[in-house]
Write a protein that binds this ligand. Structure first.
Ligand code: SAH
Length: 254
């Protein structure tokens, strides 16, 4: 079995944050599979075929890529950010678990990328400097009640929370509902970071308080970081503030 499949993380958007390992895998592949806007970021190469699909068709895309690799090709499946964070690597693993035995003989490699929460955090200071968790607010693949339970548990445990997929056209109210819930547990002065399209020309990063945060400030391209009770904002001279969570935890949160 000579087929090979790489699941490649493209990073948040800026070509400079694509790793050399990811770049080499993309250059070597016979075919690329992915969501159109992600494939658009990869330079065109002669004799390399591109298979574009819709963002919601992750499982079908994984199966098509595995079928192609099983014919002996070197296939790369691309993801924005890191492929293991709410993205294609898990879809490929699911497909292999449920698919024909021959897919288990393929050489499958996952090539990491800089995930959105790290790219956003780096723009603003060190909000993830102590314990944190990441939650996807998308209820396409899990019930909304579970998302609410996890938000409550994360706040109860004192974690900083990185929120992926805050909302989309098909999920307009979820982020507002999540913010309402967070306001019940956290002080209104808690820092909230909105990082939109980080690494792309239309990037915008802002810091507000939980009390002032407007759910309409987020969209599909936004990663939201909700601070913990320990997260601090350091005002600076003629510069944007630094948001950070101290490394040392001095008191147990309520
Ligand atoms: N695998 C991706 C995440 C896919 S889920 C990663 O590791 O980053 C899609 C969500 O990621 C978006 O709704 C948004 O919350 C976040 N996201 C992806 N790229 C982003 C960027 N450049 N800036 C801010 N958030 C981003």
């Amino acid at each position: 079995m000579t087929g090979r499949l790489a699941v490649v993380g493209l990073g948040p958007g800026d070509a400079r944050s694509l790793t050399p390992e990811a770049d080499a895998a993309l250059a070597a592949a016979d075919a690329l599979y992915g969501y159109g806007p992600y494939l658009d970021r990869v330079p065109a190469r002669v004799a390399q075929r591109r298979h574009t699909s819709d963002n919601r068709e992750e499982r079908a895309r994984a199966e098509a890529a595995l079928t192609h690799a099983a014919q002996g090709a070197y296939v790369a499946v691309v993801s924005g950010g890191d492929p293991g964070v709410f993205a294609m690597a898990a879809a490929v693993c699911e497909a292999i678990e449920c698919g024909p035995l021959i897919w288990r003989a393929l050489d499958v490699v996952i090539i990491p990328g800089i995930t959105a929460m790290l790219a956003v955090a780096a723009r603003i200071g060190a909000p993830l400097g102590s314990d944190f968790c990441a939650l996807s607010l998308s209820d396409n693949l899990k019930p909304w009640e579970l998302i609410e339970q996890r938000l409550d548990a994360a706040v109860g445990a004192g974690f900083v929370i990185a929120l992926y997929n805050p909302l989309s056209r098909a999920r307009p109210w979820q982020f507002g509902a999540a913010m309402e819930r967070l306001r019940r547990h956290l002080p209104s002065a808690t820092p909230v970071v909105f990082g939109r399209a980080v690494g792309r020309p239309d990037e915008n990063v802002s810091v507000v308080t939980l009390g002032d945060a407007d759910a309409a400030s987020a969209d599909m391209a936004t990663l939201v970081i909700i601070g913990s009770r320990a997260t601090r904002v350091v005002e600076r001279l003629d510069r944007t503030p630094l948001v950070y969570t101290p490394r040392a935890v001095v008191e147990v949160s309520a």
